[in-house]
Ligand binder design. Structure first.
Ligand code: NDP
Length: 452
């Protein structure tokens, strides 16, 4: 049977665009459908605008600290509308780049919704289009749990487009997005509280990292409330929000921001017309080669819910393009040692195992830690401290995990990820010259294990 295309990709986010471009480059006839925005979550309502807002939020500290170096700046004023307008302009520029990347690599771009009709066909703008392979790369969407007054809450999708900066913000959740946005709102001047249902936020991260960030956010004035959750949200006559917690407390705020995880985006996708199955968590179930239970349909990125990170979606997109259209170049995605940064203020950088996970996996561990005041802050009033931590296998000296909470953590952790990927031992870290004076050099000067 002949098909209109060799590959039809649904979703022009990080993973979908990568797969489409490379498949076209390998000679395949490729189409992409995108109904929302080119570049997906990362470019439009995720990594990119988030990082721009984090930069914006950091200036409040920079202005304060500048005084210690002799600068006097007068009264600093912040204008949210300017930040958002400039951010929007930059995102529009990136949307254009994504458009050109696709079109210039020979991909047919359809800026419309696509719905599956069967294992080899989709419907776009009322037309039936056939393809040998269909790739689902539709990403995720913020999930706000059911509760009375849910309609008064916003998610990250809306936060990027608020008309004004709320005076008071209540962030709900304890994952990446919750701590990043708590830092953004706090840094930009909103009275910020973070409310999380568990003992301590960032479940799964190293315990020392979680506690360190707890201290640092508290020092900066973010009010942290753990072991609690919301019962209901009521809008008041003056437009403010009254929030009742499950432990019976009443709080007042101007914005309730939910960051309680993301669900797969499957709305009106037509999965029921195919044999595609979902896993227990509701994400698309795929095998190691991203093939769904319908052999001609594949899926990658946030919609498979494996690791919801842009670089992972890119790697998965590349793997699919190669496997289908250049099998001699195919290499499976390596999910080990994925470095990650949480762009809270201060930032977390982490790669490899937490101390808790290493022990749970049966390793006998040596732990090395350093806590210090970053040099840049010694001339200022800031009491911020940095944490550096190494988790080492005591039996074979392999470094299992590197963790940092402090300035430039995201930049520092990338290089350490290469070391872990190469199987570096603690001895190799010790034999490496430091770069002086930097924060990163602490990773090669940790000599004495701490009692864990
Ligand atoms: P996460 O999965 O990281 O965190 C969700 C948080 O919400 C957890 O603290 C969870 O609690 C809590 N939660 C979940 N369901 C409920 C509920 N029904 N009621 C109350 N609390 C709830 O999700 P995010 O939304 O923060 O981010 C989604 C993903 O996006 C991240 O996991 C990450 O992969 C990616 N991301 C990456 C970033 C980066 O690389 N810097 C930045 C932002 C997002 P509990 O722990 O108790 O389950």
């Amino acid at each position: 049977m002949t098909y209109d295309f060799d590959l039809f990709v649904i979703g022009a986010g990080s993973g979908g665009v990568r797969a489409a471009r490379f498949a076209a480059g390998f000679g395949a006839r490729v189409a992409v459908a995108e109904s929302r925005y080119l570049g997906g979550t990362c470019v439009n309502v995720g990594c990119v605008p988030k990082k721009l807002l984090v930069y914006g939020a950091h200036f409040s500290e920079d202005f304060e600290q500048a005084e210690g170096f002799g600068w006097s700046l007068g009264q600093a004023n912040f204008d949210w509308a300017t930040l958002i307008a400039n951010k929007d302009r930059e995102i529009q520029r990136l949307n254009g780049i994504y458009h050109d990347l696709l079109v210039n690599s020979g991909v047919t771009l359809m800026e419309s919704h696509a719905r599956l009709l069967d294992a080899h066909s989709v419907e776009v703008d009322g037309k039936r289009i056939t393809a040998k392979h269909i790739l689902l790369a539709t990403g995720g969407w913020p999930h706000i749990p059911e509760l009375p007054g849910r309609e008064h809450a916003i998610s990250s999708n809306e936060a990027f487009f608020l008309k004004t900066l709320p005076k008071r913000v209540l962030v709900i959740g304890g994952g990446y997005i919750a701590v990043e946005f708590a830092s953004i709102f706090n840094g930009l001047g909103a009275q910020t509280s973070l409310l999380y249902r568990g003992e301590l936020f960032l479940r799964g991260f190293d315990g020392a990292v979680r506690e360190h960030l707890q201290d640092e956010l508290s020092k900066r004035g973010v009010v942290l409330q753990f072991n609690t959750d919301l019962e209901r949200i009521d809008k008041q006559a003056d437009g403010s929000l009254q929030v009742t917690t499950k432990d019976g407390r009443v709080l007042h705020t101007d914005c309730v921001f939910y960051a309680t995880g993301r669900r797969p985006m499957l709305d009106n996708l037509g999965l029921e017309n195919t044999g595609v199955k979902l896993d227990k968590r509701g994400f698309i179930q795929v095998d190691e080669q991203y093939q769904s239970s319908e052999p001609s349909i594949l899926a990658i990125g946030d919609v498979i819910g494996r690791v919801q990170l842009t670089p992972v979606a890119l790697a998965e997109g590349m793997a699919v393009a190669r496997r289908l259209f250049k099998p001699e170049a195919y290499r499976p995605v390596n999910y080990e040692h994925i470095p990650t940064a949480v762009f809270s203020l201060p930032t977390i950088g982490t790669v490899g195992l937490s101390e808790e996970q290493a022990k749970a996996d049966g390793h006998r561990v040596s732990v090395y830690e350093s806590r210090f005041r970053p040099m840049k802050l010694t001339l200022t009033d800031s009491q911020e401290r940095t944490l550096i931590k190494l988790v080492v296998d005591a039996d074979n000296d392999r470094v299992l995990g590197c963790h940092i909470v402090g300035p430039e953590a995201g930049e520092i952790i990338q290089g350490l990820a290469i070391a872990l990927q190469a199987g570096a031992t603690k001895q190799m870290f010790d034999d490496t010259m430091g770069v002086h004076p930097t924060t990163a050099e602490e990773f090669v000067t940790l000599r004495t294990p701490v009692a864990s």
